[in-house]
Write a protein that binds this ligand. Structure first.
Ligand code: OAD
Length: 254
């Protein structure tokens, strides 16, 4: 047993509920990819400390300087491409094999859950690996960083990253699907999100209000902590495997 198991002070009824749930979900944020070397947005060393989001992550910023925005996205694509899924991503794949119904609801645009092997992934904020034309609706998926900056559509317009920027709405279909999943989840694991960006931050409350368990994993307390059934403070790549061992792997082996 490693040190993380010692920090796992979960009552046996919670572990049993996790193990026996028929429907579960994980809501992830940038913290789940931190141990893969992909920077988070907030906190020390966070992206928004170093970069101006109004220039890089708003429709106005893109309109003013699409080249600058694409240079930044290309840099992030290269960083993400080099990264490898970590133990938290991999544990989430194991969860999908265990629960009869399971979805990953992610705010991340890095595609790391799918690369790790998760199948049922709802990307709330889009994907850095897709771009689209706002004029004719063309959508292009590419697993490699862009080479032409800015990338152009055949219609002559500049393509944009298919991500949700500040001031933009999430796709209504995606919000409906995430709300449905949250409502039917007997347990939702909330991993590595500061829970300040809505509507994603409201999803755990949907699960809680529908009678489900909310289990949080983060380095520090968030707004979720006040109503979570349990909060585990530590790195996701250690705490999530430790939790999964305690709830499912070890009881199964006994
Ligand atoms: P944030 O950067 O706001 O928060 C990351 C969270 O992960 C913090 O609460 C950290 O404490 C926690 N964390 C960091 N390292 C961790 C680790 N190794 N293990 C566990 N937890 C860790 O990222 P998000 O909550 O994802 O939106 O941010 C939400 C949205 O704001 C993003 O999707 C993005 C951003 O601006 C858009 O761009 C629309």
């Amino acid at each position: 047993m490693g040190g993380s198991e010692d920090r796992l002070d979960l009552p046996s009824n919670i572990l049993r509920k996790i193990r026996n749930a028929k429907s579960a979900s994980v809501l992830t944020g940038a913290g789940v990819s931190a141990e893969s070397g992909i920077p988070t947005f907030r906190g020390a060393g966070g992206i928004w400390e170093k970069y101006d989001f109004t220039k890089l992550a708003t429709p106005q910023g893109f309109k003013e300087d699409p080249r600058l925005v694409w240079e930044w996205y290309q840099l992030r694509q290269k960083e993400i491409k080099k990264a490898k899924p970590n133990a938290a991503h991999i544990t989430i794949v194991d969860m999908e094999d265990h629960f009869p119904r399971f979805s990953v609801l992610t705010q991340n645009i890095d595609g790391m859950h799918s690369r790790a092997g998760s199948r049922n992934v709802v990307e709330l904020h889009g994907s850095i690996w897709r771009m689209r034309c706002e004029r004719d609706g063309l959508m292009i998926q590419d697993d490699d960083p862009v080479t032409e900056i800015p990338p152009m559509c055949q219609c002559g317009s500049i393509l944009r990253p298919d991500v949700v920027w500040f001031g933009e709405q999430l796709s209504p279909d995606v919000v409906d699907e995430a709300s449905r999943v949250a409502n039917e989840s007997e347990v939702m694991f909330v991993v590595g999100t500061s829970a300040v960006v809505y509507p994603a931050a409201a999803l755990p409350a949907i699960t809680k209000n529908a009678g489900g368990l909310v289990i949080e994993i983060n380095l520090e307390p968030t707004d979720i902590t006040s109503y979570a059934d349990a909060s585990l403070f530590g790195p996701a790549g250690e705490m999530l495997p430790a939790l999964w061992n305690a709830a499912v792997r070890i009881p199964k082996a006994l």
